[in-house]
Write a protein that binds this ligand. Structure first.
Ligand SMILES: [Cu+2]
Length: 140
């Protein structure tokens, strides 16, 4: 996105639960900011919403769910409901030839108990941009 250039974003909730998308560090009105405690309505399952916004300030951002997953390590943020957002400055977008985003995420979570009754989340798989280490058999 370009700073200050109006964008229309459609979000479809394909999950089975009410969802909401937070846009941290963007200057947005509370009804679309994505924090339900500040007034953004939840998106019902199977529904879509359309937001119009003028992205600001510039920089690397991300968006993510603000739904509380509780102990369900497959829901919300645990389920990978996040993404990247690059807002290039209105003027002087910089001198680079490539921008590379890396998303590290853990999957297949479950709780394992400690001797003191405390439960720790443990994951089966870790990925970078959705790929496990060794996904590509050859590099270079
Ligand atoms: Cu947030």
């Amino acid at each position: 996105m370009r700073q200050g250039q109006e964008q229309t974003i459609e979000i479809r909730n394909s999950s089975g639960d009410p969802e909401v998308v937070h846009w941290p560090w963007l200057f947005l009105p509370p009804e679309i900011d994505g924090a339900m405690e500040e007034g953004t309505p939840m998106i019902p399952p199977g529904s879509s919403v359309r937001y119009s916004l003028k992205p600001d300030p510039p920089g690397f951002r991300w968006f993510h769910t603000h739904t509380f997953a509780g102990k369900d390590l497959t829901k919300a943020q645990y389920g990978g409901l996040h993404g990247f957002l690059l807002i290039e400055p209105r003027d002087n977008p910089g001198r680079y030839d490539q921008e590379v985003f890396l998303a590290l995420h853990d999957w297949g979570g479950h709780f394992e108990g400690g001797g003191d009754g405390y439960m720790n989340p443990v994951y089966d798989v870790s990925t970078i941009n959705g790929k496990m280490l060794g996904f590509a058999s050859r590099c270079g």
